[in-house]
Design a protein around this ligand. Structure first.
Ligand code: 13P
Length: 341
């Protein structure tokens, strides 16, 4: 594997491949496991993630890289092989979530700024030594009639740029993730509001990245799609795709290595349909692919249920979603394939 960040970034968005976001914090994975009535322990978290990472065909054909939580990067599989090695053996790249979460923004009501810059240079050196070649930082942008404030957008964009600079200096590709919430509160915004806020957020983010001297060929953007709030979903697949592509064309420089979406609370099939519609028939300056968490994992988690006898069923469910999203990354997914596959 080449070690130039430009080449790593290119490999992350190789044709028909995307990223598996398996970087749930310990608090978040606990919530996911509660849904299948499973206690979250170091071993159950390891077993679950090992199941996904050992889905050989899916990993080889559809997954370019895996975003890990710090615990997983330093964890071994049941047979003692480091999980980062399992990922590399499947031809994928290990990555690491490095932010320490969205914290209340002082003097603001209901907005957050993502933290984790203190000591980040030292942490990145440790992660690099453990095999991580890309990182992720998620800024959260609340949306309502009055939010976000310019202050919250700027604070998050500035933090993203400082993080991205530290990554590139360490030889690590930054995934820059400014998420405009779809399923936050109140969740009643319409798609016009989503489009305006997403466009403004991306403008501010790319200004900050430029000021910080970020090499665009050596980064990946992980945006949310332009979509109406969870409590008022009515936009069609075509509308979400058209508006999202329009905003990206207006704001994302052509030299950015690639764009890999988050799923943000969309159902698995919605997230696939939207991605495919964006790629179908569009000639775009960057690769558009997936970096899904819930939309790739939900079915697998339900099939597995925390039981070793269900590992194959879990892997089958994961492989199916990975394949559907691989098709979507090429603009080739259809609802028909979903049912006959
Ligand atoms: P979802 O696809 O579940 O939104 O997760 C992606 C992610 O990495 C959020 O930071």
């Amino acid at each position: 594997m080449s070690e130039r960040i430009e080449d790593i970034a290119k490999a992350m968005v190789a044709e028909g491949k995307g990223l598996l976001a398996a970087d749930e914090s310990t608090a978040t994975i606990k919530k996911r496991f509660e849904a299948i009535d499973l206690e979250s322990t170091e071993t159950s978290r390891r077993d679950y993630r090992e199941m996904l990472l050992r889905s050989e065909a899916a990993m080889k054909n559809c997954i370019s890289g895996v975003i890990l939580y710090e615990e997983t990067l330093f964890q071994n599989a049941a047979d003692g092989t480091p999980l980062a090695e399992v990922i590399r053996a499947a031809g994928a790249i290990p990555g690491i979530k490095v932010d320490t979460g969205a914290k209340p923004l002082a003097l603001a009501s209901g907005e957050t700024v993502t933290e984790g810059l203190d000591g980040l240079a030292e942490r990145l050196a440790r992660y690099y030594a453990a095999g991580a070649r890309f990182a992720k930082w998620r800024g959260v942008i609340a949306i309502s009639d009055r939010l976000p404030t310019a202050n919250a957008v700027k604070a998050n964009a500035h933090a993203l740029a400082r993080y991205a600079a530290l990554c590139q200096q360490a030889g690590i590709v930054p995934i820059v993730e400014p998420e405009v919430l779809m399923d936050g509160e109140p969740g009643t915004h319409d798609i016009d509001r989503s489009e305006a806020v997403t466009e403004q957020t991306l403008r501010v983010v790319f200004n900050e990245l430029a000021d910080a001297g970020i090499k665009l060929e050596g980064m990946i953007l992980k945006p949310s799609m332009v979509i109406d709030g969870k409590k008022q979903r009515k936009a069609s697949v075509a509308e979400v795709a058209e508006r999202t592509v329009r905003v990206l064309k207006n704001t994302v420089p052509a030299s950015v290595a690639g764009i890999a979406f988050l799923s943000g609370g969309q159902s698995a099939e919605e997230a696939t349909a939207h991605l495919s519609a964006m790629n179908a028939g569009n000639s775009l300056p960057w690769a558009l692919t997936f970096s899904y968490g819930r939309a790739l994992q939900d079915d697998a988690l339900k099939a597995w249920k925390g039981e070793s006898g269900n590992v194959e069923a879990g892997q089958r469910a994961f492989a199916h979603r990975a394949r559907m999203n691989s098709l979507a990354a090429r603009g080739l997914w259809t609802a028909e394939q979903e049912r006959t596959a």
